[in-house]
Ligand binder design. Structure first.
Ligand code: ADP
Ligand code: MG
Length: 320
């Protein structure tokens, strides 16, 4: 069964997508793992880092993106012209990397208003459950349900979350075993990290309260914070002070030792539709991601993550 890992930070532009695609590509290329990248951000940066825009336009026209899966999971009785399952939508061998697949994102994922309306209607019909519990159950199963058919096909499913904290992000987090938090070493990042941690604690608690007998509670532990260095210098005294400040708030196991330097090649790789670790493996940026992927596997072993999981207890009927 795949381990699910989310790359998350409520801030945008901190390096979530870059980390997601490079880590995934390293795990597939250098560690021979079967990896699925799931693009949960309507900015579709992960998708466009791995495939040319004209290819994306083609699959989007045919509705073969995650948006189709979200829509049909939300409305299972919906009749669409063409019906697909997740295997029809996943793009295998993406960016020419053996073992690397992509579940492409979409610029329109779902209509939050329509989803709220649907859940409100259900809550008003069913007097024994309130809106909050219905919303929590929905959040808990949406992404899990979508990924369930392919859980055995991968070693890792890595999800690129949108900034902010929307329904799809929360549902992705609820389905995850671990999350990775890329952060710039800046004073305000410390607040951002603490806010996200608080929300994640609340997310876990709200689901425990929704269903105290839940046999499959949210796992979601922090695998580690990855510093993405602005300015590129590991020796900068100021950055080192800030990183120490962040480090004081966490145990050493919650921090990745490897840090990612700023390297223009990382950004330039976007033109090749391949992550820098594939298109320019000898660059400083690529080497940093390669080291990080080794540390990622070590950390998972230490966290007891690379073991079998008990089967999930998912029942869509509960929310219909
Ligand atoms: N290590 C790096 N070196 C150089 N540029 C980077 C690096 N990491 C990210 N970038 C660039 O910074 C921008 C934001 O990164 P991105 O991964 O898209 O952030 P997020 O997903 O958090 O919004 C992108 O243009 C990306 O190419
Ligand atoms: Mg992004």
């Amino acid at each position: 069964m795949a381990l699910i890992i989310s790359t998350v930070n409520m801030k945008g532009g901190v390096g979530k997508t870059t980390l997601t695609v490079n880590l995934a590509a390293c795990l597939a290329r250098h560690h021979k793992k079967r990896v699925l990248v799931v693009d949960l951000d309507s900015q579709i940066s992960a998708t466009l880092s791995l495939m040319p825009p004209q290819d994306f336009a083609r699959i989007r026209k045919a509705r073969r993106t995650i948006s189709y899966l979200i829509e049909t999971t939300i409305k299972p009785t919906l009749k669409l012209k063409q019906s697909y399952d997740i295997n029809d939508i996943i793009c295998p061998f993406i960016a020419n990397v053996q073992g690397l697949d992509l579940l492409p994102g979409d610029i329109e994922l779902y209509d939050e208003y329509l989803v709220s309306e649907m859940l409100h209607k259900k809550a008003s019909k069913d007097s024994s459950t309130d809106f909050q519990s219905i919303w929590n159950s929905f959040e808990l199963i949406l992404i899990k349900k979508i990924l369930e058919p392919v859980m055995d096909n991968y070693d890792f499913i890595i999800m690129d979350c949108a900034p902010g904290y929307n329904l799809v992000t929360r549902s992705g987090l609820a389905a995850s075993d671990f999350y990775i938090l890329p952060a710039r070493p800046e004073p305000l990042s410390v607040v951002g990290i603490q806010l996200l941690q608080r929300r994640i604690r609340a997310l876990k608690e709200s689901h425990e309260n929704t269903d105290p007998d839940n046999l499959d509670p949210i796992k979601l532990n922090l695998l580690g914070i990855v510093f993405i260095l602005s300015g590129g210098s590991l020796l900068n005294r100021y950055y080192n002070q800030v990183m120490r400040r962040v480090s004081d708030d966490f145990t050493s196991t919650q921090l990745f030792k490897n840090k990612i330097p700023m390297d223009v090649n990382v950004a330039k790789a976007l033109d090749t539709f391949q992550p820098v670790v594939i298109s320019m493996p000898a660059t400083a940026g690529a080497k940093a991601f390669q080291k990080l992927s080794g540390e990622f596997l070590e950390k998972l072993k230490d966290a007891g993550g690379i073991t079998d999981r008990s089967p999930g207890r998912i029942n869509l009927a509960d929310i219909e």
